[in-house]
Design a protein around this ligand. Structure first.
Ligand code: FMN
Length: 298
């Protein structure tokens, strides 16, 4: 049974990746990181960021809202203190990069370039901060950012897109035409929860990003649309809770998938999804997972 995939030059043992912002080093107590296809870190910015005011997470029907606001120690401290711990596992580490301007994205990438990380996922799609998102709302802006990034790194560049846009195909094509090695999608959708006793928003920042099973149909439709126009690999995510969900994304057009909210429910979800994919392949006599990618009949 061959579950290995190659995404933009990164060799993965299997197509299951832990999504940015949803997995921490403490999870290693409950799961075996070395079995995963790859791990994507919390988004790293140039300077440290304390994030948004609390409360920053809330449960919703079939999902969760978060407004963490890209809390992180900044690139230099991350490289000194956290990166060595992530690199201990025999699993590719992809750095999620966020920034307020093109210059900031570039500076973060330049700091990580000499390190033994596998590649970059560029977060231009966080709904919980004021900046960065402008890159994925405008095809020209995103194109300029992609070509500037490709000039300063020889590592694979994955562009992570938002569903909160009018024409996701135009945005994805601009990334591809300007050198992106892969597209990942989707980041969270705008969401709001109200406390009827206080008539206040539940989240400190009022709105947040919606994730989990409730967004799966939106995410699948985005993978489908982008797979119709782009040739570069797609990494799909949004509401994947089990192997069947993951396989729906793969059949639709994703070469790999990311697990986000599921980590909060079951820290071993990634491994269980790998096992479930393997069982499905055995049952259906599929010797190589790659043959399932975009095998849809629609
Ligand atoms: C608490 C939380 C924090 C997140 N932080 C980040 C982040 O730092 N960078 C990023 O690109 N995406 C971040 N995301 C988005 C996830 O990586 C993923 O795109 C999204 O949650 C959809 O997948 P899911 O439905 O499987 O959770 C975060 C999501 C959650 C729930």
């Amino acid at each position: 049974m061959d579950l290995s995939v190659n995404i933009a030059g990164i060799d993965l043992k299997n197509p299951v990746i832990l999504a940015s912002g949803t997995c921490g080093l403490e999870q290693a107590k409950f799961t075996d990181f070395s079995r995963l296809g790859a791990i994507i870190t919390k988004s790293v910015t140039l300077d440290s960021n304390i994030g948004n005011p609390p409360p920053r997470v809330a449960e919703t029907h079939c999902g969760m809202l978060n407004s963490i606001g890209l809390e992180n120690p900044g690139a230099e401290k991350f490289i000194a203190n956290k990166l060595p711990l992530w690199l201990k596992y025999n699993t590719p580490v992809i750095i999620s990069v966020a920034g307020k301007s093109q210059k900031e994205y570039i500076e973060v990438i330049e700091k990580f370039e000499p390190t033994p990380i596998a590649g970059f996922e560029i977060n231009v799609s966080c709904p919980n901060v004021e900046h960065g998102i402008e890159f994925c709302k405008d095809a020209n802006n995103l194109g300029r950012l992609c070509s500037a990034i490709k000039k300063v790194t020889s590592k694979p560049v994955i562009i992570k897109l938002s569903p909160n846009v009018t024409d996701i195909q135009a945005i994805a094509l601009s990334a591809e035409n300007n050198g992106a090695d892969a597209i990942s999608l989707i980041n969270t959708l705008h969401g709001l929860k109200v406390d009827l006793e206080t008539k206040n928003a539940v989240l400190g920042k009022i709105t947040g990003g919606l994730s989990g099973p409730c967004i799966k149909p939106v995410a699948l439709a985005c993978v489908y649309k982008v797979s119709m126009v782009c040739k570069i690999p797609i990494i799909g995510m949004g509401g994947i809770m089990n192997a069947e969900d993951a396989l729906e994304f793969i059949v639709t057009g994703a070469s790999a998938i990311e697990i986000g909210t599921a980590n909060f429910v079951n820290p071993n979800a990634g491994i269980e999804i790998i096992d479930g994919i393997e069982k499905y392949c055995e049952k259906h006599n599929i010797p190589d997972i790659k043959s399932l990618v975009k095998s849809r009949k629609f």
